[in-house]
Design a protein around this ligand. Structure first.
Ligand SMILES: [Zn+2]
Ligand SMILES: [Zn+2]
Ligand SMILES: [Zn+2]
Length: 280
C-alpha cells in the first residue's frame, strides 16, 4: 500500500502570503520541502483524502492525476481541506461518477451546489457542457463503509465541531489512521480505537503548533503527537513497525523542514512534505 502527500501545509500554507517570519522567509529562499501547500493526499493512486483550495496547484505542479481518483474522503469543510467549487468543475471520465464523502455538515454545501446545478439544467438556465457526475455522500461517525475496495471508518476529531470534522481509519491490504485536523483525540474516538483491534501500519498526525505552545485545543504540537502515539501504543494499535508521519504544518510550528525533521526523528516521527510517498 502507498500514500502520497500532495499538500502538507496548515490553513495558510508555507510561506504565508503576507508573512515575513523566519520560517516563511526560509521557505521563500530555499523552497524544496519547506514549501507546503494545503491538504491533499492519495492512497494507492486511487483513494483521495481531502480536496483543498490547492488541488489545481497539485495538478499543475505536483503530479496529481485526479482522473485516476474515483473516491475522495473529506475530513471537513475548512477551505484548506475542501473546495467544492473546484470539485464540481470536472468533466466525466470513462463514465464513472466522482464520489466525495464527508459528514453531512461538511458535505451539505457541495450537495446543495450539485442540486442547484441540476435544477438549472432542468429549467434551461444553464447548459450542460459535460457529463460530469459528482456525487456527495454523507458519512456517519464510527460507522464503517466500503469505498472503492477499502473499509473506511470515520472517527470524531477534536476540531471544527460545527461541521463534524472526521478522522479516518482506512483498511485495505494494510491499515492507515488519518488524524487531520485534530487536537488530542476525543474520548469517544479513544474508546472506539481501544476496541477496534486494528494494528496500524501508517498513522498521519496533525502537527500544526510549535512544541509546547498549545494555543488551541483543535490542533497538536510535538508533545501532543507524542502523547497520542503513546496512547495508540498502549492500546496495541501501533508498534515498532508503524510509520508515524507528521503533516498539516504551518509557520506556527516555528521550525524549518529540516529543524522539525531532526526534532521529530528523535521522538520517532517522520515529517511528510509535499510530493512525499510512503510505501508500506
Ligand atoms: Zn486544516
Ligand atoms: Zn510566517
Ligand atoms: Zn480545519
Amino acid at each position: 500500500m502507498k500514500i502520497t502527500y500532495y499538500g502538507t501545509g496548515a490553513g495558510a500554507g508555507i510561506p504565508e502570503i503576507f508573512c515575513s517570519c523566519r520560517v516563511c522567509e526560509h521557505a521563500r529562499a530555499h523552497r524544496g520541502p519547506n514549501i507546503r501547500t494545503r491538504s491533499q493526499a492519495v492512497v494507492d493512486g486511487c483513494l483521495g483524502i481531502d480536496f483543498s483550495v490547492d488541488a489545481f496547484m497539485h495538478t499543475l505542479y505536483g503530479g496529481l492525476d485526479m482522473r485516476q481518483v474515483r473516491n475522495v474522503l473529506i475530513t471537513h469543510s475548512h477551505h484548506d481541506h475542501f473546495m467544492p467549487a473546484d470539485a464540481i468543475s470536472r468533466p466525466l471520465w470513462e463514465g464513472e461518477p466522482m464520489r466525495f464523502y464527508a459528514s453531512e455538515k461538511s458535505g451539505k454545501g457541495m450537495r446543495n451546489a450539485i442540486e442547484s446545478n441540476e435544477k438549472a439544467y432542468r429549467e434551461g438556465r444553464r447548459i450542460r457542457t459535460s457529463d460530469y457526475a459528482p456525487e456527495m455522500h454523507f458519512l456517519e461517525m464510527f460507522t464503517p463503509v466500503q469505498i472503492g475496495g477499502y473499509t473506511v471508518t470515520p472517527l470524531r476529531a477534536r476540531h471544527a465541531e460545527a461541521v463534524d470534522a472526521m478522522l479516518f481509519i482506512i483498511q485495505g491490504e494494510k491499515n492507515i489512521l488519518w488524524c487531520h485536523d485534530t487536537g488530542l483525540l476525543p474520548e469517544d474516538t479513544k474508546e472506539y480505537l481501544k476496541n477496534c483491534g486494528i494494528s496500524f501500519d501508517f498513522v498521519s498526525l496533525d502537527c500544526t503548533l510549535a512544541r509546547g505552545k498549545q494555543i488551541t485545543k483543535s490542533h497538536m504540537d510535538l508533545e501532543w503527537c507524542t502523547e497520542t502515539a503513546a496512547f495508540l501504543r498502549e492500546i496495541g494499535c501501533i508498534d515498532d513497525h508503524t510509520i508515524l508521519a507528521l503533516s498539516h504544518i504551518g509557520h506556527l510550528v516555528e521550525r524549518t523542514h529540516r529543524e522539525l525533521e531532526e526534532e521529530a526523528a528523535a521522538l520517532g516521527f517522520t515529517v511528510a512534505y509535499d510530493g512525499k510517498t510512503y510505501e508500506f
